[in-house]
Ligand binder design. Sequence first.
Ligand code: S3P
Length: 200
Amino acid sequence: MKRTGRTANLPAASAAADGVTEKMKNMNELPFNLFLIGFMGTGKSALASCLHRQYHMELVEMDEKIAEQEGMSIPEIFEQKGEPYFRDAETALLRALGTKKGAVVSCGGGVPLRECNVEAMRQSGKIVLLTASPETVKKRVSGNRNRPLLRNRESVESIRELMEERRPRYEQAADLVIATDGKTVEEICGELIRRLQDEK
Ligand code: S3P
């Protein structure tokens, strides 16, 4: 899978996710999809890659798919076609994903802002919200030019402001919330699997 350099810079760890039973190793057999939502830099792409690598879940990286479909990068889509065009592409893609099962979908940070997107996700899966402090987000996204909404608003205060504005939408959409500050991607992955097991 082609990487676009958008993955949040989470600390890496080599240990496999611990405490995970054999049964849960076949995550690709889940009868529903997992939609990862959250602010930019909360680690959705990193967690989705981990679930793909370690649990063989089909991986759908929404931004990557849309960029591929359009033949241009996300910043180029925003510049040349405008944000509403990009948001419509997100909605169309989410609806198309409704036919899948057992996939992990790394959603763009703006996906839960449209109620119809939240409905589409609920119809085929569980919605997992990843959170991080504005300070952590700043560290993870700094220097990355692929996020048009963070251009000229990379300060902790600007990040906090946009995050607070979006927080109610994220929280209303979520079936499960995982805080990611100070955790490795493997720890987050293990925590998610255990939370899913506990729900059973
Ligand atoms: C956006 C988040 C980005 C990307 C686009 C808009 C947002 O994805 O979809 O730049 O509105 O929060 P990531 O959350 O994966 O960075």
